[in-house]
Design a protein around this ligand. Structure first.
Ligand code: ZN
Length: 438
């Protein structure tokens, strides 16, 4: 009952935060997309932390109502003015190219170039992040200031990309538990140089997986490092037989900004994960929001489609689109803070610790109260708790353990901390006054 708790209590959060930030720094320059070498390279780097299993699925594969697209790769992109000066250069920021741009090499007047340029007038210094996955197009993303300075002349445009039959690549890492019941942690790996959305989710997931790997836990853990939308659709389609094992799940996203936590509930809205995350956030004592499910956002849309309806929520800091830096060059290494990653990691660990221990017990002596004194439990001090609190906690657990109430249910009814209730249950189990209800 204390495997994860021991890890949490002895966590070197400063060191782990540094490791996550370092990993993010290594991943940051890579030009990722929903397919291509950027994802492969990123998975190789994450693979140094945990031995990820990398899967390749052929372009053209039908996955439910979708088809795996052609693989996109890029080596260079720029456009030059009439003096040969590079106005934008992919090598300075991979956000400069419309992600999934088809190749082009041509001279164009400004009037023909302009429909292919994207900027953000409200934030004239920033470069936007734009994609065109399912419609062939090409383009450049530039700061609005730069756009306004373009002279009315002919530009040499070059995008050295390829869009060919290849593969969609994703990473999977499974930690076998004592049961086949699974907890899914899913994170998207398709964004190029953007930190909060979603390198933060990638690094928290990787380090979390590394911490869980050596432990003996109740649940089996499945970590997915997948391209957004098409990745989860692909995984669900190719692994439909495994889906029923998934009992709880979280989409790990936007975990490095300085905003408070937001939990987006599962489609069902009252799944165990919904109660657990809400309670962990309450016990953390900081401001937080819990919002209902809605069918846009990240991969929870696919996990919570009606044909699957999995208990998968989304645990993030500031939700997508609600921070101005979202999908711009300002979502960078300065925007994400290592200490925020650390607190996010710690929150995820606490959620998993509660899920692992949110067990239903049966009182083995349900007719009247069992006598605690003769078992050495009367006046006992449990963990960091005084004997009075511990006594009350044991009485609550004994009274409510009818096989219907979980430890979290008892914790809510008694208004005691989960850890106190867990300690009481542990002491009672050791004296054979409780046994697990199946
Ligand atoms: Zn995004």
């Amino acid at each position: 009952m204390f495997e994860l708790k021991r890890i949490i209590d002895n966590l070197d959060l400063v060191q782990l935060s540094k490791e996550m930030y370092q990993l993010m720094t290594e991943l940051y320059p890579i030009c990722r997309s929903i397919t291509g070498d950027g994802v492969r390279k990123s998975l190789r780097i994450i693979g140094k932390i945990i031995p990820i299993d990398v899967q390749e699925v052929l372009s053209g594969t039908e996955v439910f109502d979708w088809t795996i697209p052609k693989e996109w790769n890029i080596s260079d992109a720029y456009f030059k003015d009439s003096e040969g000066e590079k106005i934008v250069d992919f090598n300075k920021s991979n956000l400069h190219v419309l992600n999934y741009s088809v190749p082009i090499k041509r001279s164009l007047p400004l009037t023909e170039l302009k429909p292919h340029l994207f900027s953000i007038p409200e934030h004239p210094e920033w470069i936007p992040y734009r994609t065109s996955y399912y419609k062939e197009n090409w383009g450049f993303c530039i700061s609005h200031n730069q756009l306004n300075q373009l002279k009315d002349e002919v530009y040499e445009v070059c995008i050295d990309s390829s869009l060919k039959d290849g593969h969609l690549t994703y990473g999977e890492f499974v930690i076998k538990g004592q049961t086949e019941d699974e907890i899914l942690i899913s994170t998207h790996v398709c964004h190029p140089s953007l930190c909060n959305d979603n390198l933060s989710g990638n690094v928290v997931s990787a380090i979390l997986a590394g911490l869980l790997e050596p432990l003996s836990l109740r649940y089996t853990y499945r970590f997915l490092f997948i391209p957004g939308t098409i990745g989860s659709i692909t995984w669900l389609c190719l692994n439909e037989s495994k889906v029923s094992n998934i009992k709880h799940g979280l989409v790990a996203v936007c975990l490095g900004d300085s905003g408070s936590f937001t939990y987006k509930r599962t489609r069902r809205g009252d799944a165990e994960i919904d109660h657990v995350v809400t309670h962990v956030l309450k016990e953390a004592g900081q401001k937080f929001d819990v919002i209902d499910f809605f069918p846009f956002g990240y991969d929870e849309r696919q996990y919570c489609s009606p044909g699957f309806d999995l208990s998968v929520g989304c645990l993030m800091r500031t939700p997508h689109g609600q921070f101005p830096e979202y999908h711009t060059s300002a979502d960078n290494l300065d925007f994400v803070k290592s200490e925020n990653l650390g607190v996010s990691l710690s929150l995820y660990l606490n959620v998993l610790d509660m899920l692992e221990n949110n067990i239903k017990f049966l009182n083995t002596h349900p007719k009247c109260e069992p006598q605690l004194g003769k078992r050495g439990l009367y006046g006992k001090i449990g963990g960091n708790y005084d004997s009075h609190s511990f006594q009350l906690a044991m009485l609550w657990v004994l009274n409510q353990s009818d096989g219907l109430n979980s430890l979290l249910d008892i914790c809510k009814k008694s208004n005691m901390s989960f850890d106190l209730i867990r300690n009481a249950a542990h002491a009672l189990t050791n004296k054979n006054l409780l046994r697990k209800a199946d």
